[in-house]
Design a protein around this ligand. Structure first.
Ligand code: ADP
Ligand code: MG
Length: 460
């Protein structure tokens, strides 16, 4: 069989593997021999041979069989492009062996898509992502990208603190694309894995394979890109990959723990390219979002374990008390579930407090005197400078005392320390202020309400 016939035959593969895979992986293949049930293909690189074998081997064998060839196995041999142009009959078996040891590649099952990246967490989907004010923009942008349509913004840069859902959103995009657009080659990996692959390619002298691999991607997602800051050659290679894909109008999605402008030791040209698309941040969670996430998790858990009973107020309590990091929130809930099933009774507020004492303690936020002064000034409609300044009229002195009182209650600062932060006042002044508020709150219900409101706002 001549290579020309293969050229005709292989077109049948396009429907099976999709246009992109076809162009990237199938079209470059040249059939160089067919002997004893083994079809030998010339490929430009080892990597490509392995890849094709692993992902499309079965399909190719099927196709050859159905066109009447007795083929049971494929082999790939790395050869120069010129040599590959020659007709099969021109290449003696001995030469094929000498020039390029044929790559014995076992035909294995076909992967759903060509992905050299990291595995995806199937639980990280859009369905399991709870949307609230702090993450609604990031979510909307991720949704848009997951449609796999026209590239609207490139790159999409998602940033935010630890445990706010960056990885979740990226996996959700990849998970959706894999089911709805299997023709697209979607790659997700962390910046660390990118570096690892890059270093490995350098070491094994496989840079061409590396480049080829990443240039053949339709949608590239690189998680935690702050990791490559300060890593010279990795940055450089990332930049080239990035540019090559953007030039081909391929979608790139990047995450980092901070805004591009705040990543130190990132080259300026890389930084400006990162800023050239859409930059959206995931804000720290607020109470509503935390409660929403907890409720969602409980509902999901109830499907598996309907015996779970959580008392009223427990989720609200956790949403109030646990920090903005969703991972910590989830960890707390997981422990509660385990505890609940162990003791076999309703999870009450008391039980939750007991069971999560350590988590609650460590996620107590450190409230600063400065925050207290701001919140209290806002609340009483006075200026921050007045709060700290010398005036002693009642409508300023009272809020000042409230702030001193809260500083004593909510921080670990000493009285002299607090005094210093209130315009260099003496510790006895602070003591007097704190005492005054303690006396008043017992009889003044308005003040009592104010204090409660302020405390909640500060602890939120
Ligand atoms: P990041 O990558 O930003 O550090 P992750 O995406 O790994 O954070 O999220 C940490 C955990 O919190 C994951 O288990 C994730 O499913 C969960 N999570 C974060 N945000 C949400 C959300 N909005 N809805 C549901 N789960 C969330
Ligand atoms: Mg992450």
């Amino acid at each position: 069989m001549m290579n020309q016939s293969w050229v005709k035959i292989r077109e049948g593969l396009e429907a099976t593997v999709g246009k992109n895979n076809y162009v990237n992986w199938i079209e470059p293949l040249e059939l160089s021999g067919l002997d004893n049930g083994v079809a030998v293909f010339r490929v430009p690189t080892n990597f490509m041979g392995n890849w094709v074998s692993r992902n499309f081997g079965d399909d190719i064998v099927q196709l050859l069989k159905s066109s009447g060839e007795a083929v049971s196995r494929l082999e790939f041999s790395v050869g120069a492009a010129r040599a590959a142009k020659r007709a099969i009959s021109d290449v003696p078996a001995s030469e094929a062996k000498a020039v390029s040891r044929p790559q014995q590649a076992a035909v294995s099952k076909k992967a759903t898509s060509v992905v050299p990246g990291a595995p995806l967490d199937a639980r990280f989907t859009f369905d399991s992502f709870v949307v609230g004010k702090p993450n609604e923009l990031a979510h909307a942008a991720a949704r848009r990208v997951a449609e796999g349509g026209e590239v609207a913004f490139n790159p999409l840069f998602l940033y935010g603190g630890v445990g706010l859902g960056k990885t979740h959103l990226m996996h959700a995009i990849a998970n959706q694309l894999r089911t709805q657009r299997p023709d697209l080659n979607v790659v997700y990996l962390s910046a660390e894995q990118f570096m690892y692959k890059f270093v490995q390619a350098l070491r094994d002298k496989k840079m061409m394979d590396f480049k080829q691999l990443f240039r053949a991607v339709d949608i590239l997602m690189v998680d935690d890109v702050q990791f490559i800051a300060g890593k010279g050659s990795t940055q450089e290679e990332f930049f080239h990959t990035f540019n090559a894909l953007v030039d081909q109008n391929k979608q790139i999605i990047i995450s980092a723990d901070r805004a591009p402008g705040e990543i130190k030791e990132l080259e300026d040209r890389i930084r400006s390219r990162m800023q050239s698309g859409l930059v959206v941040d995931l804000h720290p969670t607020d109470y509503e979002l935390r409660l929403g996430i907890l409720q969602h998790k409980v509902e999901t858990h109830l499907v598996r374990d309907p015996s779970l009973v959580i008392a009223d107020g427990v989720l609200e309590f956790l949403a109030h008390r646990i920090s903005t990091n969703v991972r910590v929130l989830e960890g707390a809930l997981t422990r509660l579930f385990a505890f609940g099933s162990l003791v076999g009774r309703e999870i009450t507020l008391e039980l939750a407090q007991d069971c999560l004492a350590d988590v609650l303690r460590s996620s107590d936020r450190k409230i600063t005197v400065d925050e207290i002064q701001r919140k209290v000034s806002d609340h009483y409609n006075i200026r921050l400078s007045e709060m700290i300044g010398p005036r002693r009229v009642r409508n300023i002195a009272r809020p000042r005392q409230v702030a001193m009182y809260l500083a004593k209650q909510l921080t670990t600062r000493s009285l002299p320390d607090i005094g210093r932060r209130f315009g260099g006042r003496d510790h006895t002044t602070v003591m007097h202020g704190v005492k005054r508020i303690e006396e008043l709150r017992a009889s003044d219900s308005q003040l009592e309400d104010d204090l409660e409101l302020l405390r909640r706002a500060l602890e939120a």
